[in-house]
Design a protein around this ligand. Structure first.
Ligand SMILES: C[S@@+](CC[C@H](N)C(=O)[O-])C[C@H]1O[C@@H](n2cnc3c(N)ncnc32)[C@H](O)[C@@H]1O
Length: 260
């Protein structure tokens, strides 16, 4: 069982694959650093913000609540979103959880507190500023952090019982590559939960909103895209909850994954 943040960090390091990558990782910052001396890319204004220390500092209390209110997730607080993630991921035991694009760990720590025994929640992000904040604010006996690129998750297939990715796919240049990675590292029978953007209807409104958010580097996804991709990937129990400009999609990975 993880007894301290240091034990959780050691376990997070042990889970990195392949072994050669583990050997190159640094842990002196209190997290597993897989990209030493490699700054996070800044392809858009939104990404620049995610790599900024001031934004990382105010992210949990100010930046995210404001952003979420702009998305019109009517009446849903961050605690309600966290509770939804726990329910959708079915967390209640010694599970291994991966929180991809975890930001300052504002979900990771909460998810880790639902685990028991050998359970561990690993927050994974590419931003040094966000990971540093996560280590400062949201470490725990079952919560540890890894800095790397979600397009190349450093884990063997089927490593995790649950995989979460909230408020991030719309910022990532290759979201479908990341989605494939999330599904790859999930074990058969495991649960995935994402929260991302949802294009408003009718189409002219969608184009208008898409143009505005596109300038900031935030992509709007069609309503059916993730449901279709999950189903085409052989996932079952696919559920979607659309709220304003956001969508929550969760599913179970079955034993056989179909190739797309
Ligand atoms: C808006 S924050 C989301 C934080 C948290 N999941 C939440 O729901 O509040 C988006 C995060 O995605 C991260 N991110 C963007 N591209 C990434 C990539 N290729 N790999 C890992 N993380 C990435 C950013 O650094 C940022 O911390």
């Amino acid at each position: 069982m993880s007894e301290s943040p240091e034990t959780a960090l050691r376990r997070a390091l042990e889970m990195i694959e392949p072994e050669m990558l583990r050997g190159l990782a640094r842990t002196d910052g209190g997290y597993v650093e897989l990209l030493p001396d490699v700054p996070a890319p800044n392809p858009s204004p939104a990404s620049i913000a995610m790599n900024n220390r001031v934004v990382a500092t105010i992210y949990e209390k100010l930046w995210r609540p404001f952003g979420v209110s702009m998305m019109g997730i009517a009446g849903m607080s961050m605690s309600a979103e966290r509770a939804k993630a726990v329910t959708d991921l079915r967390l209640d035991g010694p599970q291994r959880v991966l929180d991809v694009a975890c930001g300052p760990g504002n979900f990771t720590k909460f998810l880790s507190e639902k685990l028991t025994g050998d359970g561990i929640a690993i927050g994974f992000d590419i931003s040094e500023a966000m990971i540093a904040r996560a280590v400062q604010d949201n470490r725990g006996p079952r919560a540890a952090y890894v800095r790397g690129d979600a397009a190349h998750l450093p884990y063997s297939d089927s490593t995790f019982d649950a995989v979460c990715c909230y408020a991030a796919l719309y910022l990532i240049p290759k979201p479908m590559t990341v989605l494939d990675e999330l599904i790859r590292v999930l074990r058969p029978g495991g649960r995935i939960a994402i929260m991302t953007s949802c294009e408003p209807r009718p189409a002219p409104l969608g184009s208008l909103v898409g143009f505005g958010t596109g300038l900031a580097g935030v992509r709007m996804f069609p309503k059916d895209l993730f449901v279709d991709v999950f189903e085409a990937s052989g996932l079952t129990e696919v559920e979607q909850d659309v709220r304003g400009l956001a969508q929550f999609v969760s599913a179970t990975k079955e034993n056989q994954r179909n190739d797309r």
